[in-house]
Ligand binder design. Sequence first.
Ligand code: GDP
Length: 366
Amino acid sequence: MSQVVCIGCGVEIQTEDKEGLGYAPPSSFKKDEVICQRCFKLKHYNEVQDVPLTDDDFLKILNEIGDSEGLIVKVVDIFDFNGSWLPGLHRFVGSNPILLVGNKADLLPKSVKHSKLTQWMKHEAKQLGLKPVDVKLVSASRGQGIEETIQAIEEYREGRDVYVVGCTNVGKSTFINRIIKQVSGEQDVITTSHFPGTTLDMIQIPLGDDEYLIDTPGIINHHQMAHYVNKGDLKIITPKKEIKPRTFQLNPEQTLFFGGLSRFDFLKGDRQAFTCYFSNELNIHRTKVEKADELYKNHASELLQPPRIEDMDTFPELVKHEFKIKEGKTDIVFSGLGWITVNEPGAYIAAHVPKGVSVFLRKSLI
Ligand code: GDP
C-alpha cells in the first residue's frame, strides 16, 4: 500500500492493528479521503480514544511539551498510583506548571476523605520529584470532581494551551471526553490537526479563540500487572466498583494468595490485622507459609486463579521480596493489582510477585 495519511491528524493510515496508531478499517479506502478511527470518533461522536505509544515517541512528546508553553495535566490512576505515574515527567516540562489529577476516585471506600487523599497525593508526588501546582481527585466515569477540575484548569492555564498526559488505562480518554461534553456541549469539536514539527498524533480540542486542550497518546508502562494476564482476567483484577476492604487477622507464618497472581507471607511478628485492597472479584486464599509452595505448585490456575491453565506456560514465576515494616500504617503495593495495609510496625513479611512486576512499600493511602 502506498502511504496514505489521515486527513484529520496526518498520521500514516494502517489497516492491520485495530488498537494501533492510524488504524482505519479497510472499507474506508473506498473514499477519496481517509480518516483514522481515532479522528472518526472525535468527529462524529466527540470522543477521544487512547492510542498507545512507544517509549521513544513519548520522549519526543515530552520534549515537545517542554518547548511549548502551557499547563500540563497529568492523569494518574489512584488505584495504581505508582504503576501509572510516568516517571521523569518533571525533567521535561521546563517551567510549565503541572496539575496532578487522580482518577477513579470512585473505587476507593467512601469513608476515605478526599482531603486526606489529596494530601497523600501531594506527599507522594514530592517523594517522586514532582511539585504540582495543585492536586485534584476525580471520577471521570461518574463525573465526580470534573467541574472543580475544569475550574482549576482554567485558573492555572492563564490563557495558555493545556496538555493532558498519562499512561494507558488511567482513564485519560474518559476524562477528556467528560471535559469535551462539559466545555463544548453538543458542538462539533473536530479540530484534529497534525502537531507542528512532529509525526505524533496529538489531538487538539479548542478551549478559547486560539488555545487548545491537547490530548497526547498514552504511554505503556511495562511493569504493570496488566501485561501479564489475558483480557478476561484483566476484568477480574481491575476493580469496577468501590473496593470493599478485606481484613485478615493473621498469625505469623500464615500466607495469603491473591488468585495465583501474587502471594503475601506474614513471616514474623505479633498476631495482627492486615487489610487488603484488591478488586472485589479477586479471590483471596489463606494458608500456612510452610504449605504455600506446595499449594501453588499443585493448584495455581485452579483453586488459585487467575492465571488460567492455558496461560500458565507464559505466566512469569513468582519472585520473593522480603521487607521489615518499620512504621505503622504502611502499604505493601503489588503494582497494578492492589495493596495490603499494615497498621503496626515490626512485622517481617514477604511479597511474591510475577517476575517483572514491582512490589514496594509506601505510606498508607487510606
Ligand atoms: P486511557 O487508556 O487512559 O484513555 O483510559 P480509558 O479512558 O480508555 O479508560 C481505561 C479504563 O478505565 C476503562 O475500562 C474505563 O472504563 C475505566 N475508567 C475510566 N475512568 C474511570 C473512573 O473514573 N472510574 C473507574 N472505576 N473506571 C474508570
